[in-house]
Design a protein around this ligand. Structure first.
Ligand code: ASP
Length: 354
């Protein structure tokens, strides 16, 4: 009698634990929970081992690790995912190695115009800026838009003006200058044919042998904190030789930057026009929410299938509320890394690194 009673209880537990997840339950809830974690990227592109010196390779890895550790320290001390992604992105904005903040690419007019966005998965609050010219850390301006204004997206002179009312660090526009990026612009100018319209010019840029070795260099971070909240942040100078006020995917909420506790946080890097048209971040979240895919399946579908079919090269980093991380890319390489609670930082650059 007693044993059949236990068998019944056991069978009931089995049925309950194997039943389909309910509508709003995260689809990944059968995967192990990670207390806190973050992932970062420093841009995707034609990044090949044979084109990198040992010193360059080491320099990138050290900076990526520094950025990971800055975000990790925030999370380890019980800080918010939002603070962690800002801390990680700021390290990369301050480094001339990446196309964000110092070291940003140049516009056709020889200026640096910076875009950034941040999103909080807990309440889906978001802030974005485009075309900043004098704020040292554009990600802090995006956060100020989110927290201290009734708006989500500010652009151009107005965005600079708003940021300056927020006591954010101001720099002379020349601060963003680096020889390396200016030479990139000059090389593009040499190959430029005036009769080409802007979209075909971008195609030319990507086909040109010089651009085959080009590193994009946008930066981003996603994190999950001890409270189970997730956030995403992305910052970029956009694309070399951009003109006519061109804005890429980075500051477009749902495209290059997205976060929702119910699904995932995403930060993208790559050929922005394609990422906007695919609405990359929101598409990954939608495949999880409505398609019941796991984070890894959803991210793969968008980056390795949808973008590839369209011709959009690049990649993403993403995290869900259980701390699962997916970071697929369809380019030769992507500067990237992650660090999970009580684990060492892992930094990667090339395709074959796992
Ligand atoms: N996605 C950025 C843009 O199109 C460029 C990049 O990721 O490097 O502005």
């Amino acid at each position: 009698m007693k044993s059949s009673y236990f068998t019944l209880i056991f069978a009931l537990i089995l049925v309950i634990s194997c039943s389909e997840p309910k509508e709003n339950q995260p689809i990944t809830n059968f995967e192990p929970q990670v207390d806190f974690a973050l992932a970062i990227h420093g841009g995707a592109g034609t990044i090949k081992k044979e084109n990198m010196s040992a010193e360059q390779d080491a320099e990138y890895r050290a900076k990526l690790e520094e950025a990971l550790n800055a975000g990790y320290a925030v999370l380890e001390n019980g800080g918010e995912a939002l603070d962690a992604v800002v801390a990680a992105v700021k390290v990369m904005e301050d480094s001339p190695l990446f196309n964000a903040g110092k070291g940003a690419v140049f516009t056709n007019e020889g200026k640096n115009e910076l875009d950034a966005a941040i999103m909080n998965g807990a309440d889906r609050n978001a802030g974005a800026v485009a075309g900043l010219t004098r704020i040292k850390n554009p990600i802090t301006a995006a956060r100020a838009v989110m927290e201290n204004s009734p708006h989500v997206f500010m652009s151009g002179a107005g965005a600079d003006q708003f940021a300056l009312t927020q006591n954010l660090e101001e720099v002379d526009p020349s601060y963003f200058y680096t020889d390396f990026r200016f030479e990139q612009l000059e090389k593009i100018r040499e190959t430029e044919k005036t009769e080409l319209d802007h979209s075909s010019l971008l195609e030319l840029e990507l086909e040109d042998p010089f651009f085959k070795d080009r590193k994009f260099g946008t930066v981003g971070a996603v994190a999950k904190d001890k409270n189970g909240n997730i956030a995403a942040a992305t910052s970029t100078g956009g694309m070399t030789n951009k003109r006519f006020g061109r804005v890429g995917d980075v500051p477009i909420i749902g495209a290059g930057t997205y976060a929702d506790n119910a699904t995932c946080a995403v930060s993208a890097t790559g050929h922005g026009e394609y990422f906007i048209r695919t609405v990359v971040g929101h598409e990954i979240a939608s495949l999880m929410r409505y398609g019941k895919k796991s984070l890894a399946e959803a991210a793969d579908d968008v980056v390795m299938k949808q973008l590839v079919e369209m011709g959009g090269s690049g990649g993403i980093i993403s995290i869900d509320k259980n701390g699962n991380i997916a970071m697929p890319f369809n380019s030769e390489g992507m500067y990237r890394g992650y660090r999970k609670a009580n684990e060492a930082a892992k930094v990667m650059i090339y395709k074959d690194e796992k």
